[in-house]
Write a new protein. Structure first.
Length: 283
């Protein structure tokens, strides 16, 4: 029987609890994820060809009293087999590690840097299937970023590219909104838009900007056909001038009611699914 940590003052627990703060995530190069659905996505990612070498579990804190199914035990076993340290804790301790009301008995920590990609790592050897890259221009809110990551994963996008300064996609709210898709789709953080332009030209990517003032709606043109980089603007300011210049075309969603605009995660999700409809009609 493993020793069970029962004190929230235990140094290992104190360090893990600090992961709610960005500076400590950066210092420790890790983030925390809780709940069976999210951790199951990590396990599935470790079995995939795209993300297998990128997902590196570090610790898995568990409380068997909170296990509600055999799934928790299986996830614990698989994360441990992948290199995570198995840490038994009391129910009270586990509750301090999770920002979820129902942690379901497991909280895992994972390396951050290994999950971040470079543009060159996105190069495709396929050349057959149309590609979708989703570019988030200086996103501010972790919930929006997480929702867009989850949607991009759902439509089969190749990557999420965040233009700095951007929200931390490993913040608890972002991890929760992404619901495990952080383990399924490459994420790139980038400061130099000129580098993005050069890479996209070599990769055969056409840039399409989402702009509420665009002259064409997404249904009135063929902007979504083929391999594109979908440019989604900052929540308050929209697309910055450099990205507006990068866009070969701009599109908008039609609006009939009185709403001034749509939340970026809603608009981005609709546009991503329109790209999938145009390019993958059999999906």
């Amino acid at each position: 029987m493993k020793d069970v940590i029962t004190s929230t003052s235990n140094p290992r627990i104190v360090d893990a609890r600090k992961l709610t703060q960005k500076k400590h995530r950066l210092q420790q190069n890790r983030f925390a994820a809780a709940g069976l659905q999210i951790l199951e996505m990590a396990v599935e990612g470790m079995a995939s060809t795209r993300m297998a070498s990128r997902i590196r579990p570090l610790d898995v804190f568990f409380c068997e009293e909170l296990f509600v199914s055999d799934m928790a035990r299986r996830i614990l076993t698989e994360l441990t087999a992948a290199g995570a340290s198995e840490v038994a804790v009391s129910q009270r301790v586990l509750e301090t590690l999770s920002d979820r009301e129902l942690s379901q008995g497991l909280v895992g920590t994972f390396e951050i840097k290994s999950l971040l990609h470079s543009l060159d790592e996105l190069n495709s050897d396929d050349g057959k299937q149309p590609r979708l890259l989703v570019v988030l221009d200086r996103p501010q809110y972790p919930g929006n970023a997480g929702t867009l990551i989850r949607t991009a994963d759902a439509v089969g996008a190749d990557a999420i590219i965040l233009i700095e300064p951007a929200v931390d996609t490993f913040a608890p709210k972002s991890i929760r909104a992404a619901m495990g898709s952080i383990f399924a789709i490459p994420i790139v953080r980038l400061s130099d838009i000129a580098t993005l332009e050069s890479w996209g030209r070599n990769a055969g990517i056409r840039w399409v900007g989402a702009d509420a003032s665009a002259g064409h709606t997404v249904w009135d043109c063929d902007a979504m056909a083929g391999s594109i980089g979908l440019l989604l603007g900052n929540e308050g300011e929209g697309l910055q001038p450099q990205l507006q210049q990068l866009a070969a075309s701009t599109i908008r969603l039609p609006q009939r009611g009185g709403a001034e605009s749509l939340n970026v995660s809603i608009a981005g999700g609709i546009l991503m699914y329109e790209w999938m409809r145009v390019n993958r009609p059999d999906s």
